[in-house]
Every structure is written in structure tokens, then in C-alpha cells.
Write a protein that binds this ligand. Structure first.
Ligand code: NDP
Length: 292
């Protein structure tokens, strides 16, 4: 029997509707609208697209967004001064600095300058540090990893004791996903470009999260029958039959995997929509922390 398709589009739609409802109720009760500041440095077209989608999503659920676009020539000090100004602005509950920053910026220093209570993207070193420590609670968790867990928990309410393999160890996806899985009491193996025998390791996985950025790298015969697969990869492959000349695929060969797995997220329509939905949820949380 083919795998269940875990639709991020549908789950995200529900999250957005819940956020919109709660925002409307709070505004009705006299609370201020939540506000998200987006800070974009440089002219990377993909980053511009991501920020636009985030602003549009905010508008749809009644969250104010305040966009700041700075040239790549901005200095570290100017960028951090802007963050400090936003830290002190009561209309701004969440600050999102779009990553990656252009070359030359000290990313960690910028992320550290965001007030913890406004770190809706969850990349402040203290929030990440707390995520990695037993008994410590981060105020916010990075949005894509949080989206992966939300989908996983919807399909698999008991993660405890399961073998989870995370393919990829980046700061923004692989590593925080692995930390979240450990917190959910899974037994976690993290694979990366220096791992040997990926198929052998992945065949042990009850849960597989892939975040490598390699089109359809994971083949059907690497997958344990019944496994739950969360495919974070967003890869463009040439396809002259498509109007844009390419199509978007994940890190997993979907056609093969769907015949073996128990459940799988599609690409597109899987993790992608969840990232923004979790950002909206975090911004609402930040507004509740600030305004009761
Ligand atoms: P990075 O390039 O930062 O990290 C990739 C990771 O994969 C690294 O840990 C790298 O290992 C590992 N890797 C690369 N090649 C191989 C290989 N052949 N075998 C095993 N491991 C390998 O990517 P990101 O984490 O930023 O993104 C991963 C994917 O997720 C991309 O396709 C990206 O577009 C997508 N993405 C999707 C999001 C969404 O909202 N859906 C959000 C963010 C990312 P090493 O550490 O050894 O270099």
C-alpha cells in the first residue's frame, strides 16, 4: 500500500487559520496587533522571495509586518543598530533577520543582538544553546525544524524510542531537528557528507528527516518499510516540459519512497509551507509574552 502523504499545505492552512482567529479575538479584546519586523540585507533574489512570502502571510492573518531592506554595503554596526532599535520598539514583537547574510557579516553577533523575547526565528545562540541542554527551555525554536516536528507528531504521536536518522547537520535545519528529536526521546543518528554507508544507516530509520539539498538522493531501497519521512530538501532540476524550465524535488526519490514508506511529505507542499506557518505562530506567542 502506498505511503500516506503528509500534506504540509493542509496542516499549515489550519495553523494559519488558528493564528488568524486568535489574533482577531485578541484585537477584539483590545490587545495590540502582533508585529513582525523583517530585515533583509543585500539583493539575493531567493531571500527577497522568502521575505515577501513571510510579509504576505503576516497580512493574511492580521499580523503587522515592518520590512527593512538594506544594501549589501551596510556595515555590521548599522545592522546591529537597526536590530537594537527594533528591540526597543513595542510594536515589534518578533525580529527576523533573513539568513544567510551577505559575506563579511558576523552572523552570530547579529543574531546575538536580537532580544531573546523577540527571537521568533529561534537562532539566538542562547535559544539554540537551551535547545541543546537537558532541562532548559528555549523561548523559540527555529521554524523549519519546528514545522518538521509538528508534522511528524501529527502522524506519529509516539516518537519516544523510535530510531530517527537526520540527513544533514546544518545550523538552520539538520542540527536543530536532531536536537528536537532527542528531546522527543527518539534515538537519533545524524548523517553528513563524511558519513559512510548512508543506505545502511538509513535502512534502520523509523523516522527519516532529510535536509541535504541533493535532488532525489535517497532511493526507495534505502528506506525501512513503514518509515515516516520528512523531506526538507528544496531542489531545482531542469525540466524543459515545465513553463519555468525546471521542477522542484526533494532530497528523497518520492516515486520510489512512496511505495515503501508508511508516510511521507511531498515536495513541494510538505515542509515548505510549514516554515512560514510556524513563524506566524511564534510571532503570536511573542506578542502574547509582551502583552499578556
Ligand atoms: P546546507 O547546505 O547548509 O547543509 C547540507 C547538509 O547536508 C550538510 O550537513 C552536509 O554535510 C550534508 N550533505 C551534503 N551533501 C551530502 C551527501 N552527499 N551525503 C550526506 N550528507 C550531505 O543546507 P540546509 O540545511 O540549509 O538545507 C538543506 C535543504 O533543505 C536544501 O535543499 C534547502 O533548500 C532546504 N531547506 C528547506 C527549507 C524549507 O522551508 N522547506 C528551509 C531551509 C532549507 P556537511 O555538514 O558534512 O557539509
Amino acid at each position: 500500500m502506498p505511503a500516506t502523504i503528509i500534506s504540509g499545505t493542509e496542516i499549515a492552512k489550519q495553523i494559519r487559520a488558528d493564528v488568524a482567529k486568535e489574533v482577531a479575538e485578541r484585537v477584539q479584546a483590545g490587545k495590540p496587533k502582533p508585529g513582525l519586523a523583517t530585515v533583509l540585507v543585500g539583493d539575493d533574489p531567493a531571500s527577497h522571495d522568502y521575505v515577501r512570502s513571510k510579509q504576505k502571510a503576516c497580512a493574511e492573518v492580521g499580523i503587522n509586518s515592518f520590512g527593512y531592506e538594506l544594501p549589501a554595503s551596510t556595515s555590521q554596526q548599522e545592522l546591529e543598530s537597526l536590530v537594537k532599535k527594533l528591540n526597543d520598539d513595542p510594536q515589534v514583537n518578533g525580529i527576523l533577520v533573513q539568513l544567510p547574510l551577505p559575506k563579511g557579516f558576523d552572523e552570530e553577533s547579529v543574531l546575538s543582538s536580537i532580544r531573546l523575547e523577540k527571537d521568533v526565528d529561534g537562532f539566538h545562540p542562547i535559544n539554540i544553546g537551551r535547545l541543546a541542554q537537558k532541562g532548559r527551555e528555549p523561548l523559540f525554536v527555529p521554524c523549519t525544524p519546528a514545522g518538521c516536528m509538528f508534522m511528524l507528531e501529527k502522524y506519529l504521536p509516539k516518537i519516544e524510542g523510535k530510531n530517527a536518522v537526520v540527513l544533514g547537520r546544518s545550523n538552520i535545519v539538520g542540527m536543530p531537528v536532531a536536537l528536537l528529536l532527542i528531546r522527543a526521546n527518539a534515538t537519533v543518528t545524524i548523517c553528513h557528507s563524511k558519513s559512510s554507508d548512508l543506505p545502511g544507516i538509513i535502512r534502520q530509520a523509523d523516522i527519516l528527516v532529510t535536509a541535504v539539498g541533493r535532488p532525489e538522493m535517497v532511493r526507495g531501497d534505502w528506506i525501512k518499510p513503514g518509515a515516516v519521512i520528512i523531506d526538507v530538501g528544496i531542489n531545482h532540476v531542469d525540466d524543459p516540459s515545465r513553463p519555468k524550465g525546471y521542477r522542484v524535488v526533494g532530497d528523497v526519490n518520492f516515486k520510489e519512497a512512496v511505495e515503501v514508506a508508511g508516510a511521507i511529505t511531498p515536495v513541494p507542499g510538505g515542509v515548505g509551507p510549514m516554515t512560514i506557518a510556524m513563524l506566524l505562530k511564534s510571532t503570536l506567542t511573542a506578542s502574547k509574552m509582551a502583552n499578556g
